[in-house]
Design a protein around this ligand. Structure first.
Ligand SMILES: [Zn+2]
Length: 317
């Protein structure tokens, strides 16, 4: 299955741009993100694209074939750690290499990592370029996690600045930070959702939306449950206080002198200390509305208050 990040990248690796301009843009991003230029012993150039992702190397080879009619050589190495493998796609031959570098607007004196505007003139090519960069060096956190985060890392400052600019140009508010390498990142479910869908990971976008909707629903349910619990506690506490007051009225011999309607509510409250006002209303004969019960209960409390005042005045000392 793999992580959500791996699944997203596998989906993108299976996506082949229909237009030639986009093939070029995606290739240009991949070569900038994980390509290097070597001068060989016989003074000819070699371009190597290196990655731990077989899917990326496979795709790069197909794109090169489609655009340049060139087939590169693939070398598989054990990278030693965690049984991981590293794949290298090599392009050799001075003429081939020069042609690729010139077409992808990479200078022959090294891998120039800036992003020429000619490569990303239209939305289709911008999406293709960002897809290539994300495929080569990107990752995305699992939507199940609390925070949404997507990033593309690179050692190259110029490439990082270019990606940051391009993302903003396409309407995504990117951030960049630098530690050992540069990280261009996006935050927030809405922005990241739009981004992965922009670069063509529609399946991953839908999976993310599903999780997001579920998370929102769960939060809403929790909020309602908490709210209800709080209300319930409040009403139980109020009920117990009312019981105390009614007991006092009884002790002062006041209760028996009150109208029957108030006596009934007092009796029901004493019998059902934890019932809500609505429930007390249902128990009354004839049944009463919640507001009628509330009205009578307030009257009882008011009477008790006046008696408390009198008791205090009359009490000696
Ligand atoms: Zn295009």
């Amino acid at each position: 299955m793999g992580t959500y990040s791996q699944q997203t990248k596998e989906e993108l690796a299976r996506k082949y741009p229909a237009q030639k301009c986009c093939v070029k843009a995606e290739l240009a991003a991949i070569v900038r993100a994980c390509g290097s230029l070597h001068l060989r012993a016989n003074h000819s150039y070699m371009v190597t694209i290196s990655s731990e992702s077989a899917a990326l190397i496979r795709k790069t080879r197909l794109l090169l074939k489609k655009y340049f009619q060139l087939s590169g050589r693939i070398i598989v190495e054990d990278s030693g750690r965690f049984n991981r493998r590293r794949y290298r796609l090599q392009l050799i031959g001075a003429r081939n290499v020069k042609r690729v570098l010139a077409e992808l607007e990479i200078l022959a004196d090294g891998i120039n990592s800036g992003i020429p505007s000619t490569l990303v003139r239209t939305d289709c090519c911008r999406a293709a370029f960002l897809r290539g960069a994300f495929l080569a060096r990107g990752s995305i956190t699992d939507p199940q996690k609390q925070n949404y985060h997507l990033e593309i890392t690179t050692e190259n400052e110029e490439f990082a600045l270019g990606l940051h600019y391009l993302m903003n140009l396409c309407g995504f508010r990117a951030g960049t930070h630098q530690r050992k390498e540069y990280t261009v990142y996006l935050k927030g479910a809405e922005t990241i959702g739009r981004f992965i869908s922009f670069i063509g990971a529609h399946g991953a976008f839908l999976a993310m939306e599903e999780v997001r909707v579920f998370k929102e629903m769960r939060n809403e349910v929790n909020r309602l449950v908490n709210c209800e619990t709080a209300n319930l506690e409040k009403s139980v506490r109020a009920g117990l206080e009312q019981v105390e007051v009614i007991k006092a009225l009884k002790a002062w011999n006041v209760l028996a002198k009150l109208p029957a309607s108030l006596q009934e509510i007092a009796r029901l409250r004493l019998e059902h200390p934890e019932a809500s006002l609505r429930e007390l209303g249902e128990l009354a004969n004839p049944p009463l509305s919640k507001s009628a019960v509330n009205h009578r209960m307030r009257k009882l409390l008011k009477i008790a208050e006046t008696f408390v005042g009198r008791e205090e005045m009359n009490s000696p000392g």
